[in-house]
Write a protein that binds this ligand. Structure first.
Ligand code: FEO
Length: 401
């Protein structure tokens, strides 16, 4: 379903309430509530559409846009980002409104041509370029790698609105529109999960883009992202959050344990290790990877200081669920973490080194100490696990200034 909402005198928000879309970006990001996408229409002497929606919603999108247009046409389409959740219905829109002028970054033009459309003309823009539509002026700001090379944001000067595309987005599925209609903490959590799973590898580009926007001294009254709710009351808070996340500011005492097990022996080690760490006063979060959404675990890892990974030995290596999760960390690049490994084994203890090697590839600072058990943990294993907990605690430097 698509909700149409007038968010300012001449500006409409079309929100896909994607209650069916629990697999956001295919298998990358599973949600427990669906997903949401926004496009915006600005009515002036010229009519401007900012972003479109995923092709699955094309027909419905065209209908709701037509209703608002009330007989007018679309003069301009701004493509802030080419990823299909924002651009795959573009071809349907230009077929219906073939005289639209289409604005995007140079990289976006190339991507659009390669992904979808060879026979559409684009006007490429760079930071500082503007578009006047009558009484309104749009300013383009390129934000490459937040989170694809083609990304840009668009500022509507007279309304002081930043159309930020993926940046500042979240997957809140609601017919409520604005941030102040929610508890801030809920929005921070959903934005954090979105950041951890979509934006996290691009932290230094996020900081660069934020600085560039600050340097332009734009007064921002509203941030309209292409996912989730619109920011108008908590703008300083979400910008501050983005700075914190982009700098990988972590909680010194927060430890995330990710494990999986076949016959429960690694789970016994997990309980021992988790209890020891908790008894040392640490904030310990434990996830059996096959039973939780990986996107939720990634969100917890974003501001943790340690990632501890455990698995039983599966024919010489780790369990595939753990291997997949480590590969996910490789892709999403959480930084400033220490790591450690543990796990049970039967007749060969080869999995621990393999995990260490993979975690090193993820730029995790892996401790040179581990704990393991031959089948069930015995009292000696329990002692070594206690030692590992102490070593993790020391490495975190919780007691340091
Ligand atoms: Fe919401 Fe990068 O797409």
């Amino acid at each position: 379903m698509i909700q149409t909402k007038k968010i300012s005198e001449n500006i409409y928000n079309f929100r896909v309430i994607g209650y069916r879309d629990i697999n956001f970006h295919g298998p990358i990001y599973k949600t427990d509530h669906g997903s949401s996408y926004n496009a915006y229409l600005v009515i002036d002497e010229q009519v401007t559409l900012i972003d479109t929606v995923e092709a699955e919603y094309s027909a419905e999108f065209l209908k709701v846009v037509e209703k608002v247009l009330d007989g007018r046409s679309i003069d301009n389409i701004i493509i802030n980002h080419v990823e299909p959740d924002h651009s795959s219905s573009f071809i349907d829109v230009v077929q219906k409104y073939p005289n639209s002028k289409n604005f995007c970054s140079e990289r976006a033009e190339k991507f659009m041509q390669n992904m979808f459309f060879n026979d559409v003309e684009y006007t490429t823009v760079k930071t500082g370029d503007t578009l006047s539509t009558g009484k309104y002026n749009f300013k383009f700001i390129l934000t490459p790698f937040v989170h694809w090379p083609d990304n840009m944001v668009t500022y509507l000067e007279e309304e002081k609105i930043l159309f930020s595309n993926d940046a500042f987005g979240n997957l809140t599925v609601s017919t409520k529109t604005f941030d102040d209609e929610f508890e801030l903490v809920d929005l921070q959590n959903s934005s954090k999960e979105y950041y951890a799973n979509i934006i996290m590898p691009c932290g230094r580009f996020v900081l660069k883009a934020l600085k560039e926007i600050e340097d332009l001294q734009l007064e921002i009254k509203m941030i309209c992202p292409s996912h989730g709710i619109i920011w108008r009351s908590f703008i300083p808070q979400i910008i501050e959050n983005y700075k914190k996340w982009a700098n990988f500011e972590s909680k010194k005492d927060k430890v995330v344990i990710v494990y999986d097990t076949i016959w429960g022996n690694t789970e016994l080690l997990t309980d021992d290790l988790g209890s020891e760490l908790a008894n040392l006063g640490l904030d310990v979060k434990v996830f059996r990877v096959s039973e939780y959404r990986p996107s939720l675990i990634m969100s917890e890892i974003l501001d943790a200081s340690a990632v501890i990974v455990g698995t039983g030995n599966f024919n010489g290596t780790m369990l595939p669920t753990i291997a997949g999760f480590i590969e996910r960390m490789f892709a999403l690049k959480p930084k400033n973490k220490i790591g450690a490994v543990y796990g049970s084994y039967g007749w060969a203890k080869t999995h621990l080194q393999r995990m260490k090697d993979r975690l090193v590839e993820c730029e995790i600072n892996v401790l040179d100490f581990d704990t393991s058990s031959n089948f069930n943990p015995d009292s000696e294993n329990v002692e070594v696990t206690k030692q590992l907990a102490s070593i993790i605690y020391e490495a975190l430097g919780v007691d340091e200034e």
